[in-house]
Ligand binder design. Structure first.
Ligand code: SAH
Length: 215
């Protein structure tokens, strides 16, 4: 529970930098948030390796360098309101909470939301609101958002999410067939339309419809 020792922390940050996470605010946020708190049992020993790991409900906590690259791609400002679809362990949401004004995060598994909330409380992250629901429809009551991050793979960027993005807003989403390698896409909403940027290949669990069985 005491976090990584200094050498482990240094190696963790070195791995992030060598995989392209160079934004100093993002690196600081990742230094401040102990990934070990978001893992249980056996897997928490591997918290500082740059690998995805299993969490409850058959889901995964993303690879730290992918979390860093996605966060970096969002180009967050401290004034931003962010929507995350796919709370999972809550790790990505905690990083976002260090960099944005307000974070809304939604997951279709109630158990994951419950466990993530406990970690947010432990870390005293008062600016994260976590909700159980199908995030592919976004969050109409809280919209529009400055930034949206989807941490599950969709076949296309979901229309309701694009609609809930402010003009000037940015959405980052893995796009592709569920089990294959997907492409991480950045969408910018401009005054005249949507601009798409392909960032890199990634592999995420699929964005599914409806609520999880435990819910
Ligand atoms: N961001 C997470 C990793 C997410 S794994 C982390 O930092 O740990 C992907 C998550 O997306 C899973 O928890 C899964 O339950 C969730 N998910 C899949 N489809 C969803 C949907 N339609 N709405 C909300 N969450 C969804």
């Amino acid at each position: 529970m005491s976090g990584p020792d200094a050498e482990t922390q240094m190696q963790f940050l070195f791995a992030l930098r060598s995989r392209g996470v160079t934004d100093s605010a993002v690196l600081e946020a990742m230094e401040a948030v102990d990934r070990g708190l978001f893992l249980r049992g056996f897997f928490s020993e591997r918290a500082y390796e740059d690998v995805p790991l299993p969490i409850a409900c058959g889901q995964t906590i993303s690879q730290p360098s992918v979390v860093g690259l996605m966060t970096q791609a969002l180009q967050l400002s401290p004034r931003d309101t962010v929507l995350e679809v796919g709370t999972g362990s809550g790790y990505q949401a905690a990083i976002l909470a260090k960099l944005a004004r307000r974070v809304y995060t939604v997951d279709r598994h109630a158990q994951l939301v419950r466990e993530a909330r406990q970690v947010f409380q432990k870390l005293r992250l008062a600016n994260v609101t976590s909700i159980v629901g199908d995030g592919s429809h976004g969050m109409r009551e809280q919209a529009p958002f400055d930034r949206i991050i989807v941490t599950a793979a969709a076949e296309d960027p979901p229309g309701p999410l694009l609609a809930q993005l402010k003009p000037g807003g940015i959405m980052v989403v893995p796009v592709g067939q569920s089990d294959a390698v997907q492409t991480l896409i950045r969408v910018r909403k401009t005054e005249t339309g949507l601009e798409y940027d392909e960032l890199r290949p990634v592999r995420f669990v699929p964005l599914l419809e409806g609520l999880g069985k435990d819910t």
